[in-house]
Design a protein around this ligand. Sequence first.
Ligand code: KG4
Ligand code: ZN
Length: 438
Amino acid sequence: MGFTHLLYPELHNVQSAGIIYRVSMLILTKTAGVFFKPSKRKVYEFLRSFNFHPGTLFLHKIVLGIETSCDDTAAAVVDETGNVLGEAIHSQTEVHLKTGGIVPPVAQQLHRENIQRIVQEALSASRISPSDLSAIATTIKPGLALSLGVGLSFSLQLVGQLKKPFIPIHHMEAHALTVRLTNKVEFPFLVLLISGGHCLLALVQGVSDFLLLGKSLDIAPGDMLDKVARRLSLIKHPECSTMSGGKAIEHLAKQGNRFCFDIKPPLHRAKNCDFSFTGLQHITDKIIMKKEKEEGIEKGQILSSAADIAATVQHTIACHLVKRTHRAILFCKQRDLLPQNNAVLVASGGVASNFYIRRALEILTNATQCTLLCPPPRLCTDNGIMIAWNGIERLRAGLGILHDIEGIRYEPKCPFGVDISKEVGEASIKVPQLKMEI
Ligand code: KG4
Ligand code: ZN
């Protein structure tokens, strides 16, 4: 299932597996007396009664994660050590590309049609019985109301049937902590969350302890990339017709020249960590209009300079993200919120699957003696694994585990962490120029 690198990281210790298996055989043989020789299946069933998954070596907590906050119906079963036991996802991207953006009632209908199958697939792939689950974790905020509602009501029904604890999940917190499933990362670390709905810079101090340093004042970078891709009609481009806007821009930019147009990164003078993408989008619209006139083509046809425009937009976004993140690193080091050396910067969310942006961030981390960590692209975009993992993190920390689901509601809008962005702006930190040769 494409996740073998995440599966069973403990298996290097095959010897212990053998010992546990043999001990189980012994116990079973003792308890069964002389009447039967226990089969392999019986041993595994016995182990499972202790929440023990065959192939893993310890008694584990296991969480089913369910995600429906936007346009992906996703579910996964993850255990305490980060083993992904099963996962399934249904993406609505292609449907929404055709309608030129997400239509919430359409997203809701598609979630309704797919949620049962997706959860079932994730559970079946995990080969555990639902009764072995330690808890069910589901995104309840922030997101599209109609989409969140489907995931929440399905989950609450399941929680009632299985009599399991429920763990409500903040979608952006889940994006922020995904890296702790793939890498050994201790708190505190800095996180840049860039997706279709969000742009946040935060210091992660604990499982549920975030300091918000800056956010987008208008739209998110993914939203902007989706709009530019639509305006460039990339859905008609043979190479990127099924790609999300951001992915299509990344793909096309490889064939383009970023020096063809000159766009200044936004908020150049504001010495804070906030972001802005609307101005950039309008400037790009103007460039596209001008080029359409020059090339004598109608809106809706593909410009010969589309790749150059994609390359320029991608580069400008990368520089903007780097500049604001640079200031955040300096602020955190100045206040001793991050170590002076080897501090970790994590980038996650759909836009962080962009390798050009990752390379730009790497220039920054190299220049500031930090380490850049990004989850693999499949874990940067929305998925069920990050929700299940957040459930595991919360179970381990004993935070937000509900045994009574009375009155639980989804929240389309909600804050992220403690907002100290004003303090960051007041520090008015000047950021040295970096050579962005990507
Ligand atoms: O995190 P995500 O899957 O969903 C939200 O929570 O928003 O992010 C989706 C966003 C979309 O706007 C999509 O265009 C963007 O991530 N995206 C990318 C890339 N892949 C997806 N943006 C830039 N480069 C990519 N390779
Ligand atoms: Zn997301």
